[in-house]
Design a protein around this ligand. Structure first.
Ligand SMILES: [Zn+2]
Length: 290
């Protein structure tokens, strides 16, 4: 929460009053009720005056981690940001105090390259109806159903991280709910692209996923330390993914083999590369598939 200093208040008030002096005088003449309000503006610096004058028009400032995300508050996109933390040069200290592990069950799939795709989270086995809990204090940014994620929740936290809980059987929070670490976000389930009941758990910073296992010890369910030092190093996979947008033709590759390995239909590969299904691929040729 941004706290306005009395100096800022005074400057803003002076400006406001100067700009609207004529209109304001008229209003004061028209209504005696405005007179005390006017006096309060001039000499009062209490929180009450702040809440009347400033908080309402800038309510978005109450969003967690406003200093990092600004006004961006999408209730649909997991990553609506155009940031590339893979290129950041500074170290970002993340406060992990008060962490709650969303579910203590065993890992069934880790973060990282998974055959031909990338897995942006960690899968934890659970039974439908098991509790899924929020990792840190924060505000619910997304609570909806998606094709791949099924029923899922994204929470923005005050420490700058965002967490995602996917494949839920039931969502128990609403968009814009302020929730605490350990609060229930939903019941575990098998919705969306899922082949058995599990929790898909992601930790992101500025929209880019971080391997949760670099932050939390999944054996104990506790963070490795109270402060996590986030660097570009944690996003190196993003550059690998960028590279993977082109497939270099190796011996034995065909359009169908590339399609199978990339998960992109042959028709789409032909379209973006201006190829036909009978085109001959050359060794070392770069085929765009995404
Ligand atoms: Zn998953």
């Amino acid at each position: 929460m941004i706290k306005f200093t009395s100096a800022k208040c005074a400057a803003l008030l002076t400006l406001t009053l100067a700009l609207s002096n004529a209109a304001f005088s008229q209003l004061v003449q028209d209504s005696v009720d405005l007179q005390p309000y006017n006096l309060k503006i001039e000499d009062d610096e209490s929180d009450e005056a702040d809440s009347v004058l400033f908080v309402a028009p800038t309510a978005h400032m109450a969003y967690p981690a406003y200093a990092i995300y600004g006004d961006s508050w999408s209730n649909i996109d997991v990553n609506p940001y155009s940031a590339s933390p893979a290129n950041m040069s500074n170290v970002v200290p993340i406060n992990l105090e008060g962490y709650t592990h969303p579910n203590r069950n065993v890992i069934t799939s880790r973060f990282g390259f998974r055959r031909w795709k990338f897995h942006h989270g960690i899968d934890l086995r659970l039974a439908v109806g098991d509790s899924v809990r929020c990792a840190f204090n924060g505000r619910v940014r997304i609570a909806r159903r998606g094709k791949a994620y099924g029923n899922y929740v994204v929470v923005r936290h005050y420490n700058g991280l965002e967490t995602t809980y996917a494949h839920l059987s039931k969502i128990l929070v609403k968009v814009n709910d302020n929730i605490k670490s350990g609060d229930l976000v939903g019941w575990g389930g098998n919705t969306g692209r899922s082949t058995g009941p599990h929790l898909h758990y992601e930790i992101r910073y500025l929209g880019q996923a971080i391997d949760p296992m670099t932050i939390v010890d999944f054996e104990t369910g506790l963070p490795y330390s109270s402060t996590f030092l986030l660097t570009a190093h944690h996003f190196e996979y993003v550059k690998e993914l960028e590279k993977m947008r082109y497939w270099v033709v190796h011996s034995g590759d065909s359009l169908w083999a590339i399609s199978r390995k990339t998960g992109v239909p042959v028709a789409r590969i032909c379209e973006v590369n201006h190829l036909s299904r009978t085109s001959i691929l050359l060794l070392g040729q770069r085929i765009r598939y995404r």
